[in-house]
Design a protein around this ligand. Structure first.
Ligand SMILES: Cc1cc2nc3c(=O)[nH]c(=O)nc-3n(C[C@H](O)[C@H](O)[C@H](O)COP(=O)(O)OP(=O)(O)OC[C@H]3O[C@@H](n4cnc5c(N)ncnc54)[C@H](O)[C@@H]3O)c2cc1C
Length: 396
């Protein structure tokens, strides 16, 4: 059986950044499994623009030589804000080619405990032994399908993450459920592709990030109010950007501020593109029934809609037991809270040697872990946790 010191499951921003840091620390055999940037390529819509600012969209390497600016300089490809999805995925693939050229694109189908370490089974049946495992496998299994829609087939209702090209809905009537960036941007893209769209928002109004735009125009004020990753409202943004501060707050405050930092909102630049779209606020879907080849939606305001498709931009709910590759035994013995693993300062679970990065780390380290911008903090911390302080050059 092949062996390595650390196996990383997932080659998105977190897996690749962690690999870059661990590799630079030397002396350990690190293997990374999975297709690079596949969530961004296969589960986000063509034409999308990133909501995060450029400063919050770098993958992380220890010498900061693989930033977006370095990519622009080396490749000659323009990096503009807001950053187009295709440019970001190209950047991610370039980062991978520099930091993890020996990436193993096979999927991991099982991770189980094996003595003091772990055994991984790959999709083709090959087995690997690893002393440690870092799970950086993203959020696809956590896509939230509200129960009202659970009886509808995929042809009538699907989650936003199940599409990478919304042009298939050209000429159709589509109801988009949700009031966040994903719902509003999907609606804009659907409208631009020739679909007839309505957005149904449960909240009484759509929150646009106008204030942020204003503050960002005045740099000195902006610096005082917002940390560069730009996650969370004015002021709160600085606490969110420091996960070691955030995690020491009383739990009730972490929960309240964590929710507030990621509440549904649309980027200001999206607002004019949504102007031609009907957005109904303060209403929710009570029932959804298939009728002929369409769906009839009964709404809480007493009205009805008949559409060809319902697009659920209803977000993600972390529950690591939904990762299909984690053995039931490991899950049983892992300390978890509301689906999140409880992590120590090195992102390690209650099972020694098993680490989680990305959104599953948000209960322990706050909302920054849901964004690319959290990859630097997480990579430094996991490297410190594995190697001790000697090789980590910067601290957050
Ligand atoms: C519509 C949308 C827009 C977003 N926009 C932004 C934004 O503008 N800025 C931002 O910072 N964040 C944004 N996010 C959040 C974004 O998803 C995270 O910031 C980012 O993907 C986290 O990186 P990750 O490495 O944890 O996960 P991912 O990028 O999902 O990478 C995980 C990787 O693991 C792989 N994997 C899963 N299972 C296995 C397995 N069994 N074996 C091998 N590999 C496996 C997957 O294929 C995937 O490539 C957005 C999310 C959505 C849904």
């Amino acid at each position: 059986m092949a062996k390595c010191d650390v196996a990383i499951v997932g080659a998105g921003p977190y897996g690749l950044s962690a690999a870059a840091h661990l590799r630079a620390a030397n002396g350990l055999d690190i293997r990374v499994f999975g297709e690079p940037m596949s969530f961004w390529e296969r589960h986000m819509p063509k034409g999308m623009l990133l909501r995060s600012p450029l400063a919050g969209s770098h993958l992380s390497d220890p010498s900061r030589s693989l930033t977006l600016q370095a990519y622009q300089k080396k490749s000659g490809k323009q990096v503009t804000a807001p950053l187009p999805l295709y440019r970001f995925t190209d950047y991610g693939r370039w980062f991978q080619s520099q930091a993890v050229p020996d990436l193993d694109c096979r999927k991991v189908s099982l991770v189980e405990k094996n003595g003091t370490g772990f055994q991984l089974t790959l999709e083709d049946g090959e087995s690997w032994k690893a002393r440690r495992v870092i799970v950086a496998a993203g959020i696809v299994p956590f896509a939230w399908h509200p129960p009202e829609f659970s009886y509808l087939p995929f042809t009538l209702a699907s989650h936003a993450c199940e599409h990478c090209d919304l042009s298939r809905f050209a000429g159709k009537r589509v109801a988009v459920i949700g009031g966040g960036q994903s719902a509003l941007e999907s609606a804009a893209l659907l409208n631009e592709t020739g679909a007839e769209v309505e957005v149904l928002v449960r909240a009484p109004f759509v929150r646009w990030l106008w204030r942020q735009k204003w503050f960002h125009t005045f740099r000195p004020v902006a610096r005082l109010l917002y940390a560069p990753p730009d996650v969370g409202q004015a002021g709160l943004s600085h606490i969110v950007a420091r996960p070691n501060v955030f995690r020491r707050l009383p739990r009730s405050l972490q929960d309240r501020w964590g929710k507030r930092a990621i509440r549904a909102a649309g980027a200001a630049w999206l607002n004019p593109r949504c102007a031609p779209i009907r957005i109904s606020t303060g209403t929710s879907v009570v029932s959804a029934s298939p009728v002929a080849e369409q769906v009839v939606l009964k709404l809480s305001d007493g009205t009805e809609r008949r559409v060809d498709h319902v697009l659920l931009a209803t977000g993600y709910r972390v529950d690591v037991s939904r990762y299909p590759f984690l053995s039931g035994r490991m899950l049983e013995s892992m300390r978890r809270i509301n689906g999140y693993p409880q992590l120590d300062s090195g992102f390690q679970t209650s099972i020694p040697g098993l680490h989680f990065l990305g959104a599953p780390a948000a209960w322990s380290f706050g909302p920054l872990m849901r964004f690319v911008a959290g990859a630097e903090f997480a990579s430094l911390a996991v490297t410190r946790g594995i190697l001790g302080n000697r090789n980590s050059k910067r601290s957050s």
